[in-house]
Design a protein around this ligand. Structure first.
Ligand code: GLY
Ligand code: MN
Ligand code: MN
Length: 440
């Protein structure tokens, strides 16, 4: 496996500079970190930093707030936890104020406890406050309190900000375009995910439990210093038809398909891969027929994932192939154009063909601009994940029942086309069957 890389301090600094240039000198930007979340009683979930905060700071601690004040001498200020040997003894190392400055390039750092005293003065005479309004009620109230504390001083000639603007407008647009280093981190996440999917295909056999397959993913991800980008979906037979199935606790049955949607997260950058394969290593005729439609739909959608095409073009291509295939197999009846227009394929294909991928598995970024599907551009990463799911229905031939298939890859839009960054993983029927016969 290739060497993992890291985002440089320069890149973080460039991101802050760019955002500050976009909002202008009459603005202040406030970004709180994520909180530690209680799992139960005294046990916490593993800490996962807020993606916006991480994108701008690289700082991986809770109880922190980043403030950007373009044009001031200290433009980047971090409020964070003070270094405390007792806390470090119990919960681990912390950067402290000195570390925030020395290692994360904050131009000033203050204890979080002092934020109510310091932040209002940083807001003085700024017209606009940029932050992610509505995500954290406690923080919303704090921001309003800071502004109110300035409002009462207007007679002293102090101006309070009078515009609150969603930070998403600029920041999420920046996050949508992945830098070369981000692309490399995502390729690396994809490689680790690929090796986990290969392992799963090799070890799979009837009578194993879904969680035994899940364990192969957890092992491979952790072995490479990564973690799941989302809870893995490991669904055999009818469970493959539950789109967000995460119980992963059923027995895998001979003759069923197994759908696995699992991806590693590398330094917070996600991969997102789905493969569907037969538990016993051989597709049945009915499974093969439906699988081939999904695969053809996926190729058609990837083909449409080109710079200059609309966000919706890959979905429309997938829908057309799936509707055509379902008509040919007798699962849908009627005119193709009417089936597409009236979305009559939706009982079998009820989700969209993809989403942006990045620091969040369903990554940020607008899908429409000015009411129109936006154009795909170089540097965007999206998933392409068509599927067919057949739930039991007395109007449908029983041979199709409980077949659930999704095939998902991660696609980077390039200047001249695209790069399927998860391309190394088999998905042709013959290739899957061959891999499942091979020794690990
Ligand atoms: N794994 C989540 C998704 O495919 O959207
Ligand atoms: Mn997925
Ligand atoms: Mn996905």
């Amino acid at each position: 496996m290739q060497k993992n890389i890291k985002i440089s301090r320069q890149e973080y600094s460039d991101r802050r500079r760019r955002l500050m240039d976009l909002v202008g000198n009459d603005s202040i930007i406030i970004i709180p970190s994520a909180d530690v979340k209680v799992r139960n009683r005294d046990a916490d979930f593993a800490f996962r930093q807020d993606s916006d905060f991480l994108y701008l700071t690289g700082f991986n601690e809770p109880q922190s707030v980043a403030v950007l004040i373009p044009g001031l001498e200290a433009e980047f200020i971090l409020f964070c936890r003070e270094k405390d040997p007792q806390t470090e003894l119990w919960t681990g190392r912390m950067a402290g104020l000195k570390g925030a400055v020395d290692d994360y390039d904050a131009e000033d750092a203050y204890p979080l406890d002092d934020i109510d005293e310091i932040l209002p003065s940083l807001m003085q005479n700024r017209k606009k406050v940029y932050y992610s309004i509505g995500h954290n009620t406690g923080f919303d109230l704090q921001v309003i309190a800071w502004v109110n504390s300035l409002r009462v001083k207007v007679r002293k000639g102090i101006q309070a900000p009078h515009e609150f603007i969603l930070l998403d407008k600029y920041l999420h647009e920046m996050r949508l375009f992945k830098s070369p280093v981000e692309q490399e981190l995502m390729r690396h996440a994809a490689k680790v995910s690929i090796s986990a999917h290969e392992k799963a295909m090799r070890v799979c056999q009837p009578e194993l439990m879904e969680y035994e397959i899940d364990a192969e993913y957890l092992y491979t991800f952790r072995k490479h210093g990564m973690e799941p980008a989302y809870t893995s979906i490991v669904g055999g037979g009818e469970n493959a038809c539950i789109l967000h199935y995460i119980d992963n606790n059923a027995t895998l049955k001979d003759g069923d398909l197994l759908l696995i949607d699992a991806g590693a997260e590398n330094q917070a950058y996600a991969s997102d891969i789905t493969r569907t394969f037969p538990v016993n290593g051989r597709f049945s005729e009915a499974q093969r027929q439906l699988y081939q439609i999904v695969l053809d739909a996926q190729y058609a959608a990837i083909e449409q994932s080109q710079p200059g095409n609309n966000w919706d073009d890959p979905h429309q291509a997938a829908v057309r192939v799936i509707a055509t295939g379902l008509i040919e197999l007798g699962l849908l009846e009627g005119d193709l154009e009417e089936i597409i227009k009236e979305e009559k394929y939706k009982p079998f294909y009820m989700h969209k063909t993809g989403h942006w991928l990045g620091l969040d598995v369903h990554d940020v970024g607008d899908y429409k601009l000015n009411g129109e599907w936006r154009k795909l551009e170089a540097g965007m990463v999206l998933t392409v994940e068509p599927g067919i799911y057949v739930s039991p229905d007395k109007n449908i031939d029983e041979k199709w029942w409980n077949i659930g298939i999704r095939i998902e890859d991660d696609v980077l839009i390039t200047e001249n086309g695209n790069e399927v960054i998860t391309d190394g993983l088999v998905k042709e029927i013959d290739d899957i069957e061959a891999l499942m016969q091979s020794e690990s």
